[in-house]
Write a protein that binds this ligand. Structure first.
Ligand SMILES: Nc1nc2c(ncn2[C@@H]2O[C@@H]3COP(=O)(O)O[C@H]4[C@@H](O)[C@H](n5cnc6c(=O)[nH]c(N)nc65)O[C@@H]4COP(=O)(O)O[C@H]3[C@H]2O)c(=O)[nH]1
Length: 815
């Protein structure tokens, strides 16, 4: 053991040398004595003595106490004061420097030795404590912790280590009154922190809590503070001593883990964590739901849903190869449920690697695609099927037709395309309502399906239009039979909304390849044939013929020509006088349409009316006729001619109660023509077939117009109801007049019509009177009015005026 080195600080040299002598004798090593504070500090720094014997009263700017204070500030060297006498104040100053001892001069060798030994031992003990404190501090620092201390009795914070790091404030801000410390704790945690440290003894002296500290920059730090209560072992005070730790990162990780756990558990996707052998080590609820497996059937096993033993299309080897190469595998498979049923699943598997890049786990996600696939199927269904009847729609029908055509082409066969349109469906829809109309369409659809073979397609194209595609037609006659079957089925009585009624259908048929090689051609052909079936009286079928196309083309050309003629004013009116057969007086005229065609010359109504009826142009043309006829009647009146009845033919399609009466009212208002001078002629068939006819007639009568029934006698049903109809005049059809008097039998009908009309108080006029004999016969039956070539042919307005002027001896002003 080496000798302790001692520095003597003494300004009296003799005393210093004597003391050194005594020390040497006691076995100590001595350094050169220092005579001043400055020398002493230099010696401590350079000689590194183990102990300093310091005379309090030394010369110089620093006395022994000042020098000792400086030594203790810069080194661990213990200082023992030497003093002969001292005032109290000096001693107080000396004590404040925490010396290792006092030796009061004169002192014995024993006192000197004992004091030095005690000081050295205390210095060693202090060093041990200091080292240990240092170690503790370093350990706390390494653990990112700091110590803290609280006086539990007074609730005073004594110490908060590394306070900047944990609270963002210096020690002075935190140390002191408890409330000052609490002020640095987040509002929401303050109460909890206060409670924990107020009841430390309740928990065996241990306390621990986690809270947030608010740093001056607003940043929140999660802190964990732990401590233990120590009671009175040093100075009788109760202290809580412990450590503070910043757990912000841990809390963040915890929150992230919680969120991850939440996602894991609440995910719609089934999630599996697999080990390297592909055995399950963790799973979520959704996986159980999707796979139907129980908890104990999952852990430690290969995922049941990926079981390929059912021949699902997962190739496990290629999956593993992809996983090894790319770290991911995804695809849609037919997964296997616990009950061995299959379901479409979208699978996403990812490898999880360690720091070295070696695979440690796999994470597999399973999305049940059943709902999506069902929705897609529904979507597909909606896109291809008619929602009302559930029959294929036009899109699918076209596809099937193309397939049938392709197949027929390969085997040199025939496909039949049937275009089916319900007759007068619009009328049913309008009168019975749309829900009845819908139900009717559903019923018809079912009946059609029952009428055809399983492999044939029945489709709804829209509205009341249906299509049947017959694959593999053996003979056209089979298609005819099928059409009859369909028509017959449709015709069966239907009871809807408490009403029983029947509906018929018209069917147009085209054949592939005879009638067309493309879908469009076939459809056009079937459509044309269907219109022919309708024209032929409905409730029947018609095979397409080339002649139909010719006629249809002709019709279209005529229609176009008529529209043009109408637009440029080529339509004109001729007028045929209606005569009092007794006096020969002109009672009125019938307006008859003519077409002054630029190339064909003057054309009769046959060139206008049928085409206009078909295309709907009859309504504007009919209104033009009425306007023109009224204007002409007014012009004649203005010219001074006597008032004449103006008879105008009105088509069935014009008999719209919402349009015609209002139109006529406006016309009469505009022209000033008295209503009773205008006579509307409707045919007997219009009266029978047009639902709106009666309602329109009643309104016309209310306006004061005259109504005549044209072609009377050619229909059958209206005789009985004639009495109640708002009719003024009957026009006997000229077909009944033609054979008078050659054919006696033919006289019976006009005779009966005239008699009946008189009975019912209606006027009669005979059409087509060509001979005097016919006139005489009619007059003998009591018919007073006649119209025919016998009196005058239909003629232009100017000719009528001239005729009237001649008859009445007038010279009309026709300007
Ligand atoms: N053989 C013969 N025929 C005679 C005789 N007297 C008159 N006629 C013809 O008989 C038709 C009488 O007209 P309708 O029965 O109303 O029959 C009319 C009428 O139903 C229709 N029509 C004519 N103009 C119009 C019109 O503006 N609108 C509508 N909707 N139909 C019209 O066209 C039909 C034919 O008219 P038109 O060809 O002008 O033929 C006229 C007239 O020229 C006769 O003694 N012998």
């Amino acid at each position: 053991m080496s000798k302790a080195r001692i520095l003597v600080v003494e300004d009296e040299r003799i005393v210093a040398l004597h003391l050194q002598q005594r020390l040497k004798l006691l076995g100590y090593d001595v350094t050169t004595p220092a005579a001043s504070g400055v020398q002493a500090l230099a010696s401590v720094r350079d000689e590194r003595p183990d102990l300093v014997l310091m005379d309090i009263h030394i010369e110089g700017p620093m006395d022994g106490i000042d020098t000792a204070r400086e030594i203790s500030r810069t080194s661990d060297t213990p200082v023992i004061y030497l003093t002969a006498y001292s005032e109290q104040a000096t001693l107080e100053r000396a004590r404040a420097t925490r010396p290792y001892g006092y030796l009061v001069k004169p002192f014995s060798e024993r006192e000197l030795h004992a004091t030095i030994q005690m000081a050295l031992e205390r210095r060693d003990a202090d060093l041990v404590v200091r080292r240990s404190e240092e170690r503790l501090l370093l350990a706390l620092e390494a653990a990112d912790m700091a110590s803290w201390e609280l006086d539990a009795t007074t609730k005073t914070v004594l110490h908060v280590g590394n306070s900047h790091r944990f609270f963002g404030h210096p020690q002075e801000v935190l140390a002191g009154a408890w409330d000052g410390f609490l002020a640095r704790v987040h509002d929401e945690d303050r109460h909890q922190v206060d409670r924990v440290f107020s009841h430390t003894s309740d928990h065996g002296g241990l306390c621990s809590t986690e809270f947030r500290s608010v740093h001056p920059d607003g940043a929140l730090h999660w802190l964990k503070i732990q401590g233990k209560l120590f009671t009175g072992n040093v100075d009788g005070k109760s202290r809580i001593i412990g450590v503070i730790q910043d757990i912000t990162e841990r809390r963040r990780t915890e929150v992230q883990l919680q969120q991850a756990a939440m996602v894991f558990e609440s995910a719609q996707e089934g999630i599996l964590i697999l080990d390297r052998a592909f055995d399950v080590i963790n799973f979520n609820r959704a996986y159980c739901t999707i796979s139907g497996c129980q908890d104990d059937e999952i852990i430690g096993k290969f995922p049941h849903i990926l079981d390929t033993s059912f021949g699902t299309p997962v190739d496990r080897r290629s999956m593993m190869t992809t996983l090894a190469a790319a770290g991911r595998w995804h695809g849609e498979i037919l997964g296997r449920r616990r009950d061995n049923s299959l379901l479409p699943v979208l699978v996403n598997i990812a490898s999880v690697c360690d720091a070295k890049g070696d695979v440690t786990h796999y994470v597999a996600l399973f999305s049940d695609m059943t709902a999506i696939r069902q929705a897609q199927e529904q979507f597909q269904h909606l896109a291809h099927y008619d929602p009302l009847t559930d029959l294929p729609n036009r899109l699918l029908a076209m596809d099937r037709l193309q397939q049938a055509m392709n197949a027929a082409q390969r085997r040199n066969g025939t496909v039949a395309l049937l275009f089916i349109d319900l007759d007068h469906f619009k009328r049913i829809n309008d009168t019975l309502g749309h829900s009845v109309g819908d139900e009717l369409l559903r019923t018809v659809a079912k009946r059609m399906r029952l009428a055809v073979r399983q492999e044939d397609t029945v489709a709804r194209l829209g509205g009341d239009e249906f299509m049947v595609i017959v694959d593999q037609v053996e003979q056209p006659v089979c298609v005819a039979e099928l059409s009859n079957r369909i028509i017959a089925r449709i015709c069966e009585p239907i009871a809807l909304a408490g009403i029983e009624f029947t509906v018929s259908a018209s069917v147009g048929i085209s054949l592939f390849p005879d009638d067309g090689l493309t879908q469009d051609d076939l459809i056009r052909a079937a459509d044309t044939a269907m219109y022919v079936a309708k024209d032929d009286g409905r409730n029947r079928f018609a095979f397409y013929t080339k002649e139909m196309t010719r006629k249809a083309t002709l019709y279209m050309e005529r229609d176009r020509d008529l529209r043009r003629g109408f637009d440029v004013g080529e339509l004109v009116l001729h007028y045929q006088p209606q005569i009092d057969m007794a006096s020969g007086a002109v009672l009125g005229v019938e307006a008859l349409i003519r077409w002054q065609h630029p190339t064909a010359g003057l054309l009769g109504p046959d060139a206008v009316i049928p085409i206009a009826e078909k295309s709907g142009l009859i309504v504007p043309i009919g209104e033009w006729v009425l306007r023109e006829a009224c204007a002409q009647a007014c012009a004649w009146r203005r010219a001074g001619l006597p008032p004449l009845r103006m008879a105008v033919n009105v088509s069935a399609r014009q008999m719209n109660p919402d349009r015609l009466p209002q139109f006529l009212k406006n016309l009469l208002d505009e022209t000033g023509l008295p209503a009773e001078q205008l006579e509307i002629e409707i045919t007997e068939s219009t009266l029978q077939n047009e639902d709106n006819c009666l309602a329109t007639l009643l309104q016309l009568k209310r306006l004061g117009l005259m109504v005549a029934i044209d072609d009377f006698g050619t229909g059958y049903s209206c005789m009985g109801s004639l009495k109640s109809l708002p009719i003024d005049r009957l026009k006997i059809d000229r077909s009944f007049i033609r054979d008078i008097p050659e054919d006696r039998d033919s006289e019976a009908i006009p005779e009966a019509i005239i008699a009946m009309a008189h009975r019912l108080n209606r006027t009669v006029i005979a059409e087509g009177v060509e001979t005097l004999a016919q006139q005489d016969f009619l007059r003998s039956c009591g018919c007073r009015e006649g119209q025919g070539y016998l009196y005058a042919r239909p003629m232009a307005a100017a000719a009528v005026a001239a005729l009237l002027a001649e008859r009445f001896g007038l010279a009309p002003d026709l300007s």
